[in-house]
Design a binder for this molecule. Structure first.
Ligand code: G4P
Length: 291
């Protein structure tokens, strides 16, 4: 099943958000802590004006804590933005978001009236899980696919907060190209959109450069191969993944590598850092090819 990003559908979603956002007191944007830049919705900075934003770096249990701290500091440089980290095991910390929302809007004298909060997040980021925690009950999902898309729903939360949920639509932050790959590594973009084996190769190359120890430990690779393809071949050898004629079954390797990475079996891994993203933006500006 592929995530659809038909231009018509995107246009409709953009129009809807543009209409609703000015009526909001605050925005909660749920990000994947492993890819805070690639999972960001570009419409938020474009359309929020002065509306305060809480960026929730979710699934922090899967991300590298040192890199997540860098992201928090980097995101909070934007005026009116607070960045917090979260994982689905910590209900108390999720509930503290509502208190923070009140604090961030206190200057607007909204204490006695309902606080209107919009929540956004790409599919699979954990938005529904968070909403259910905040609401204390299971709320029907807004659709992630055009066929089941329902308009936004409004959910009553404690402390007189009204949560405006938008469909978990994937904004195609596919530029620079690496963003698309990182979204695919986390599982936010399905294999039908980007070739599965290519995604695994991207992951192998990144891990080799950023987390060589994790690769070495998980797959017993000593010495480490020189490149991503070498890593995939070596994993095939370690796990005995061979097809007919003794050819390494790289598709099987891709499946195992991505599944294990997504499940946190290689440890806590972040797929992008603020410095990397800044470098890529500079390269894009200079028109030079990206790494
Ligand atoms: P969405 O509404 O944004 O599409 O996401 P949803 O809440 O449905 O969560 C997507 C998947 O991410 C679910 O797993 C959920 O359990 C998992 N998840 C949510 N928050 C966290 C978190 O903080 N850490 C980790 N590690 N995972 C989280 P699933 O495999 O699709 O479903 P299930 O097997 O858990 O039922």
């Amino acid at each position: 099943m592929a995530i659809n990003w038909f231009p018509g559908h995107m246009h409709k979603a953009r129009k809807e958000i543009k209409k609703v956002m000015p009526q909001m007191d605050l925005i909660i944007e749920v990000l994947d802590a492993r890819i805070p830049f690639s999972s960001e919705n570009p419409l938020v900075p474009a359309l929020r004006q002065n509306t305060p934003v809480i960026k929730v770096l979710n699934k922090r249990d899967l991300a590298d804590p040192a890199v997540t701290a860098q992201w928090q500091a980097s995101l909070e440089r934007d005026k009116g933005v607070r960045a917090i980290t979260l994982d689905h095991q910590h209900r108390d910390e999720a509930m503290a978001i509502l208190k923070l929302a009140r604090e961030m809007t206190a200057h607007r004298n909204l204490e006695r009236s309902a606080l209107r909060v919009m929540i956004l997040g790409i599919p699979n980021v954990g938005k529904s899980t968070l909403i259910n925690t905040l609401a204390g009950r299971t709320i029907a999902k807004t659709g992630n696919e055009p066929a089941v898309t329902r308009a936004q729903q409004i959910i009553k939360l404690p402390d007189n907060v009204l949560l405006y949920d938008t469909p978990g639509f994937l904004w195609p932050k596919l530029s620079p190209e690496a963003c698309g790959y990182r979204l695919a590594v986390t599982g936010a973009i399905r294999a039908a959109v980007i070739e599965f084996d290519d995604v695994a190769l991207f992951a192998a190359e990144y891990l080799l450069q950023a987390y060589p120890e994790a690769l070495r430990d998980r797959y017993d690779l000593d010495p480490l191969p020189a490149d991503g393809l070498g890593v995939m071949d070596a994993i095939a050898a370690r796990r005995n993944f061979y097809g007919r004629g003794g050819v390494p079954d790289l598709h099987k390797v891709a499946e195992v590598l991505l599944n294990e990475l997504r499940a946190g079996k290689l440890g806590r891994i972040s797929l992008e850092t603020p410095a990397m993203v800044a470098r890529e933006a500079q390269q894009a500006l200079a028109g030079s090819p990206q790494a």
